[in-house]
Design a protein around this ligand. Structure first.
Ligand code: TYD
Length: 207
């Protein structure tokens, strides 16, 4: 594949969406064609899966079994790669995704009962081994980031402080294990400071 694949990760409310849009604007100004997308829900099928994952079925959000949850996120990702990410990269475009497989590793394995290895195997199978060239981890204390959220909490967001702290730590551990792919950015800084860190890095990556 000839395009450039970038993902943003972090716990809820760290400002990923804002930085994704900054990066889109920057790259478009450089003449690149950019596809901005997200998980879960980057495709029509994915939207249906997202609805189930975040809001449950028939108003009952409590009983999605951990393995079912992991499979639904992986199914969303498989469709996302097949329908959106893969074709865009084949066309030589830049793909920026708000969350990708590290979210599954951090949320499904970091916070719940499944092991990182089984979640990784599942996602690598689902995506035919497609990993981003760069992953920006926007890191911040979940207690702070949650107070920034401006909507009612969904099923994942309401999983509790302990779950969110474990998720944050899982992201940091993933970043430490793959320092070439990850850049960890302190998201408690101002929007401008966070963007400056990303801009500096992407300029180097594009060269
Ligand atoms: P997101 O779209 O970032 O939420 P919002 O639109 O509310 O900002 O993600 C939805 C939730 O799904 C989020 O709490 C993280 C969770 N998630 C997982 O648990 N596993 C995954 O693989 C992905 C992609 C997301």
């Amino acid at each position: 594949m000839t395009g450039l694949f970038i993902s943003f990760e972090g716990v809820d409310g760290v400002g990923k969406t804002t930085q994704v849009e900054r990066l889109r604007t920057y790259l478009e100004a450089q003449g690149r064609t950019v596809v901005v997308t997200r998980e879960p829900g980057g495709t029509a099928l994915g939207q249906a899966i997202r609805q189930m994952l975040l809001h449950g079925v028939d108003g009952d959000s409590a009983d999605i079994a951990p393995r079912t949850e992991a499979l639904l996120f992986a199914a969303d990702r498989a469709q996302h790669v097949a329908e959106t990410i893969g074709p865009a990269l084949e066309r030589g475009e830049v793909v920026i995704t708000d969350r990708y497989l590290d979210s599954s590793l951090a949320y499904q394995a970091g916070g719940r009962e499944l092991t990182p290895q089984e979640i990784r195997n599942l996602s690598m199978w689902a995506t035919n081994d497609l990993l981003p060239a760069r992953t920006y981890l926007l890191d911040m204390d979940p207690a702070l980031s949650h107070s920034r959220l401006q909507h009612e909490e969904d099923r994942m967001e309401s999983a509790g402080d302990d779950f969110q702290s474990r998720t944050r730590q899982a992201f940091l551990d993933l970043a430490a294990a793959e320092p070439n792919r990850f850049r960890v950015i302190d998201a408690s800084q101002s929007i401008e400071q966070v963007w400056l860190a990303i801009e500096t890095d992407i300029a180097g990556l594009l060269q």
